[in-house]
Design a protein around this ligand. Sequence first.
Ligand SMILES: Cc1ncc(COP(=O)(O)O)c(C=O)c1O
Length: 419
Amino acid sequence: MKDIFEKIKANFGPIGEHAKESHGYFTFPKLEGEIDPHMLFRGRKRLNWSLNNYLGLANHPEVRKTDAEAAAQYGLAYPMGARMMSGNTEMHEQLERELSDYVKKEDTILCNFGYQAMVSAIDSIVDRHDVIVYDAESHACILDGVRLHMGKRFVFKHNDIADCEKQLERAKKLVENTSGGILVITEGVFGMRGDQGKLKEIIELKKKFNFRLFVDDAHGIGTMGKNGGGTGEEQGCQDGIDIYFGTFAKSFALIGGFISSSKDIITFLRYNMRSQIFAKSLPMPLVVGALKRLELMRKHPEYREKLWEIANALQKGLVAGGFDIGDTNTMVTPVYLRGSIPEATNMVIDLRENYNIFCSMVVYPVIPKGMIILRIIPTAMHSMEDVKFTIESFSKIKDKLYGGEYAATEIKAGFAQKL
Ligand SMILES: Cc1ncc(COP(=O)(O)O)c(C=O)c1O
């Protein structure tokens, strides 16, 4: 028999096993000061491209004022209990009505965390007779929701509509025997590659198959579509999305999330979604804060326009500089490079320490060996100078990478402390 703690100590997992080298620098870095494109990292100002504060609402003066006043008025405890028992308020319902209106759905349920919302909604919507068909590059919260599913699931190659159709064929054959239904799950904007889910094409498949579509639009809400109503609005197919999920963790610069759909489905979720029935409702300051953010998002399309201006300039400049940014068609900007993990590590240290640019790096095992992604998240708060400086700096580090300058040293444990 094994001791659980001994087993854990022997294997900290694919990311945790590098904790000695990475902790405090690559993982769990501390960004300090006001949320802004220029933040302190290890005591020095760095140009920061790693926060999903897409519209710049995190530090908006009206937002800060509303958050502070709501906290003073209600405290962080109110309301106590789950919505169903004692945690409901008029403000929670108002926010739900306004969100429904924003994303053009009949009704909405607020959720206390986005991640939990996705897991729990998937868990409650399907039963063991149903089949889930989902995109291979789905976010962890979708994968975890699918893991809870007691019936069959089929995965389709990322954004591959022919494969999606193939999996739907398999699903159809199965549900004919189980007399269950089919739920297709994908994302509006894929947060790593920055490509949009092919929602329109998937919805087209409804002509051939009977299924319901659930879209995680964590990155799309507030950023995509003329009014920021999300990727469905952008692609002109919001009606074809049967269940729509948005988080407050990105454009809203808050915490929590919501699910919108038809009245019946939301009523079902209110009474069956275990993560909401058995957990405390969103504290009032978050609800009041979300209402304020939503008001600003609607009143100020120029925030979204500025985000796109920055994103477009950045992507155009990177492509002109010979960079591979893959197939992004949103503001999320991955820069694909080739190199080993030690090279990637040395390059990011150089970028942070000598160019004062802070962005996230993605390497194996998240992506195939030999690939490096530097992920840039533009926001409405960035400036054209930030864009110009970043493209110039990236050109320099790319030359150094391919000139072999980063190949020399292995990263030693505790290096971050010595920097
Ligand atoms: C695609 C996607 N779905 C869901 C979530 C989870 O949302 P939250 O941070 O609100 O829990 C995230 C990340 O935050 C995400 O990127």
